[in-house]
Design a protein around this ligand. Structure first.
Ligand code: SF4
Ligand code: SF4
Length: 362
């Protein structure tokens, strides 16, 4: 007897219409018909010969093709007879020893970062996202990078409004004088000042979009990630808010700047105190397995969540909003994508968040 063994780094996520096969070592995910999932399930307990015998001649050829395909894609291997098939599965446990891993700050004045610096260091936050409503000057960007030169902070991502002073010299100078900036996005840029964006230590993007905090949370294929830590975090926790803290433009401490609930103000509350608020972590363990629509979607472990903008249709017993992210145009029940902002069922929520104008421009 021959047995098919799925490699333990292959994660199979069944949706309503398709199955997503993720290779967690190669960081790639691919979509396949549901029959492939049925076959993989059957092969877990039944020998190849027995599986093939369950089908008539015509179907047998199709099953054999699928089997060849699984082997060709290196999703598994064949073992014989009494080979011990109890291979230990890859652990899907998520380990992150940081108290917080991300901070998302909306600011006008970078002085706010000085007041947060001590907590950012104490909490050993690793990544910071800054959204600025105006253009950050060259000196300000270098100052932000310098400010955290002795902190455990590993990376800083900045969204800044474009200005004509942002040219190749500006970016070259940043490249030479910063170490933590890893992604720069200049928005409201009619025309990119130069095209060679590959020669810097960080990524630089120029976009004509008028980005704001309410532009966050869009779900599309480009944002999906089969990066192992991200997948494991999504399997166990909320894929956006777990270990995240946000500061809005007025200094309120939140789960993310776009959310309504505030857990204190930076003038009189430290990040540590906000974190200890009994409700601060309430969304941290809400996985997509408990979110309407997402729980039946094959992308649920490679897609990020959004709790700031949802369809506002469902709440669980604990009062958590378990509605589908508003800015997702995917329907897992038909397997098709549509433009989310014009979907008739979403208009009430779009109006609630006051997004009607923004959705047209972004
Ligand atoms: S909850 Fe939504 S708006 Fe807030 S950071 Fe996450 S994706 Fe962005
Ligand atoms: S339904 Fe949309 S938001 Fe939910 S997991 Fe699927 S793609 Fe992501």
């Amino acid at each position: 007897m021959n047995y098919f063994n799925l490699f333990s780094n292959i994660m199979v996520t069944k949706g309503m219409t398709r199955v997503l096969v993720s290779d967690l070592q190669r960081n790639v995910s691919e979509l396949y018909p549901l029959e492939l999932h049925e076959l993989i399930e059957e092969l877990k307990t039944t020998s190849v010969e027995e599986v093939l015998n369950n089908y008539d001649e015509e179907s047998k050829a199709i099953v054999q093709d699928y089997l060849d395909f699984l082997l060709e894609k290196e999703f598994g291997f064949i073992s014989q007879n009494d080979w011990d098939r109890n291979f230990p599965p890859v652990s899907y446990a998520y380990q992150d020893y940081n108290i917080l891993s991300n901070i998302f700050v909306e600011l006008d004045d970078i002085a706010i970062l000085e007041s947060l610096k001590e907590s950012i260091e104490n909490l050993e936050i690793r990544h910071m996202v800054i959204y600025c409503r105006r253009t950050l000057l060259l000196e300000e960007l270098m100052q932000i990078d310098r400010m955290f030169s002795h902190a455990p902070l590993e990376g800083i991502e900045v969204f800044s409004q474009f200005h004509e002073s942002v040219d190749q010299h500006f970016i070259d100078t940043l490249n030479r004088n910063t170490s933590r900036l890893y992604n720069l996005v200049f928005y409201r840029c009619a025309e990119a000042p130069f095209n060679d964006n590959d020669s810097f230590r960080f990524t630089v993007t120029f976009t004509g979009q008028d980005l704001s905090i309410s532009s966050c949370g869009k779900v599309n294929l480009d944002h999906f990630s089969t990066n192992l830590p991200k997948v494991l975090e999504a399997v166990n926790h909320n894929s956006c808010l777990h270990k995240k803290i946000g500061i809005d433009i007025h200094g309120h401490i939140k789960n993310c700047p776009a959310m309504l609930e505030s857990y204190g103000h930076i003038k009189n509350t430290t990040l540590e105190e906000a974190l200890n608020h009994k409700d601060f972590k309430k969304y941290w363990n809400l996985t997509k397995d408990h979110i309407e629509g997402c729980k039946d979607c094959e992308f649920r472990y490679i897609c990020t969540d959004c709790r700031a903008f949802t369809e506002r249709t469902h709440t669980d017993r604990a009062g958590l909003d378990t509605s589908k992210p508003l800015k997702c145009g995917y329907d897992p029940y038909t397997g098709s994508w549509e433009e989310w902002s014009t979907h008739p069922m979403k208009q009430k929520a779009i109006a609630h968040y006051g997004l009607s104008h923004k959705t047209k421009v972004s």
